[in-house]
Each structure stands twice: as C-alpha cells, then as structure tokens.
Ligand binder design. Sequence first.
Ligand code: BG6
Length: 502
Amino acid sequence: TPPEDSLILIFGASGDLTKRKLIPALFELWKNGQAPENFAILGVSRSRYTDDEYRDACGNFDGNDLASDPRWAEFRDLVHYEASDATAAEGWPSIKQRIRTLSEAHRTGQNLLFYLSLAPQFFEPVIVNIGNNGLVTEGKKYCTIDTQRPPWQRIVIEKPFGSDPGSAAHLNRVLAQVFDEDAIYRIDHYLGKELVQNLMVLRFANSLFEPIWNHRYIDHVQITASETVGVEGRGAYYDSPSGGAMRDMVQSHLLQVASIVAMEPPITLDAEDVRTEKVKVFKALRVPRAEDVPEIAVRGQYGEGSVKGERYPAYRSEEGTDPGSQTDTFAAVKFHVDTWRWGNTPFYLRSGKAMAQKKTEIVIYLKPTPHALFREQAMRARPNQIVISVQPNPGIRLRFEGKKPGIGLNIKDVVMDFDYEESWRASPPDGYASLLFDCLRGDQTNYKHRDEIQSSWNACQPILDYWDENPAEDLPNYNAGTWGPSAADVMMAKDGRYWRND
Ligand code: BG6
C-alpha cells in the first residue's frame, strides 16, 4: 500500500519534537516522493503563531535549517497552524473548521492522522475531545458494506505511555473508547532505527545466525543505550514521577529492542504476526520479586564531572530537579525471558545520561568452546561476540579469535565488520520518517501493541516500587562522564561477566 492521502494533525505543534523531528521527517518523505499524493499538515498548539510564523519557526529551528533547502519553499505551503487549546471543548470548533477547509483545499478526503506530541497529562483530554467531536468514523463506529475503502482516522501517541501498569492500562482504555486497536499507533522511535529494523533481517534472512540464537550457544545478551548529554533543560519532566532512566529508556526503548532479539520467527511479516511473537516475549519476561531487586537492578544518578573535557554539573543542580532527588539517571537491569529458547540466559539492559560515550548497541556474547584447546596460549580465547551497533558507527561486527601472525601459535581477537555507512554509502535515515511512512500506509509492524506495553510495565514495576520504598543513600553515585555506578560492574562481576565499554 502506498501512503494514503490524509490530513496530519499534530498536537503539541509548538514543541521541540515537532520542530526537531516530525516536520523534518515529513519533509524528507515528501522530498523522496514517499509522502501521500495529497496531504497537508495542521499543527495545533496554544502558542500564538500565524501559518507563516509557524512555517518560519519550523524552517529555522535550531540545527535543522530546513529553510536553506531549495525545496522548502514549496513544502512549507503544506504546513498550517491553528492556535487552539485542544484539551478544552472550546478549542474544537476552530480546529474542526480548519480540518474542513484544509481537507477540501488539499483534497485529502476524510482520512485524518492525529499525532499526539504532547506532555502525557494532555493525552487523555485530547483523545476524549477527538471522540466527542465525532471525528472518528472508522471501525466500530463506521458501518458500511461499501467495497471501497472507508476513510480512516489513526492516532499516533508518543511516549511516555503511562508511568506504571495502572496508568498505562487506563490510557489504553481511553484510546479504545475512541479508536480501534488497528488505528492506534504507539510510537517508539527506536523501532524506526535502521539497525534495530535490521535485527529481524539479520536473524531471519540468514541461516548463519539463527541456529546458534538460543541458550545453548548464547551466554548472555547486553543492550546499552548510553548518552553523554544530561537532562538538557528537561529537568522538570525527568524529575517527575514519569521520569528517570528506568521509565524513560529501559521500560520502553530497551525492552522493545530486547523483544526483537528474543522473539521467535514470525509466520509472516504482517504486523499481526510480528507483534504476536513480540507479545509472547513480553509475557515471558520474568517479573522480579521484591527481594531479588538488589541483585538484578542498579540505579544511579550523576554527580558533577566532566564529559568530553567539559565540566558538567550534578543532576541535582540541573534546573527543575529536586536537590534531594532520588531520580535514576542511570539504570541497569538483568532480565530473563522464560521460554524454551532462552532458558536461563540473562539479558542485561542499561541506560544512562551524562555517561562516557553516546552509544546504542546490542551485544550477543557466545559461550566458550566446549573444550578449551588454546588454554596454554599467551592470549586465551575470549568469547565470540556479535555486536550490533545502532549508533554511532552503525553496523554489525563479529569478534572472534584468530591466529596472531608469525611463528608460534598465539591467538587474538579479530573483527569482521559490516559498516553500514561504508557499505550503503549513506547514513541511516531518521527513524521518524520511516515510522510515519508506515503509519500513512496503515502498517503497524513497528508500533507497539497494548499488550507489549502492559507486560513491560509489569516486569519493571517491582523494581520501581522497590526503589521508591528504599531510597538510596549513596546518590549521586557516578561522576558525569563515566560508565555509571560501580554497582553496575559489581552486578556483572558477580555473574562472572563485564560490560562492554569500548
Ligand atoms: C527519548 C528519551 O525517548 O530518547 C530521551 O525520552 C533520550 O531522554 C532519547 O535522550 C534518546 O534517543 P536517541 O535516538 O538519541 O538515542
């Protein structure tokens, strides 16, 4: 299916995400001929902008500089703006009026894509207002025996999707009152990243990896998403009950990535088949008992330090944070997927702000050979690793042992390198463009099903509860610019393992 004609309504249009990611992604699709033939964008927010002022604000935003692209002048006419409060009933007559005029002017028919790029407390009132205004005619509210495709209305909802199992379930209920499940697109931009999407290809388009992709050959899996930035002006959100590394990164992005590493091969590539297999992984996540939490989870918070040679303030002195904050700016967790394939193989996930390096990678550590033939050699055999680098330096690298050149038998690890940028002579496209493209075609494969979210919250909540009930006395416990608290290394060392920090 090609992307279908539609009017895209972005709520939270004056926010950073819209200007930094969504408008550039739609511009990219349009330039590449991957946008619908007829489409237009209506940004909605409370800030006062005219259409032209809003176009300028998007075109000149921060580092994006879309305005210097010769094709921007043409694209900007597709962008419109309505200053209105979509959380209040009074805000809607003018929004509906704009929908009518723009759908007609741009010949987009009745297809509507609602994109909620809002702070989480605004999700519910906006969804309720979309429903109350009778804008959703598809699905259960639409009855037709017409063989033509009826118009659709879809909703994309950003994270955070709830801040615990109860609030996530509530949000799912609110959504279900207005939209059918197949019209709900819960976005996770990690699922739009090239190397994450490549995981399925690596596993299921090759016969090389899948035979060893199980507890018999894999010792453990490590997934790291470290960032050098701190909370960057988002202190108030990050320090709220919805913030922290565990909620912001582990519960969402990292468990999503883990589910693709752990899933069974789907029957087909249809969204339903793929998501069915992912849901099974989430359901198989071992829910930790409170008494196990200190053994399987480590929280951290950065203190002052230096990142890439620059002094960095402590988290607690960032704007908007509490001076006695307990918020985790680092989290490391050992998960288990209790299935036949994975047995007791641990999945170690970690993420943190103000760390030594920005990198997202998945490392599959293989077990040692059954017989240690080379134990006498100067350099002993190290475990083979399959390293999937999501960012930076996207690629897939196999580390295995080779013979050192020269007389005598000595071994050393060598690397077989698939470098994405070198091989394809291109940088990976932005994940938002690919996810928006999918949504415009009605493909939910790379969006989260409600059951995935629910089960991932269930697996994380005991850890969050334990942390709430047992404040840490040692925070801050790592210096900005390092690899996180030593407790995370101790957790690994107790299992005879170590984090891959290079
Ligand atoms: C977001 C988090 O979802 O992902 C941010 O809310 C984080 O805190 C960001 O910085 C990281 O994304 P990326 O694409 O830079 O790895």
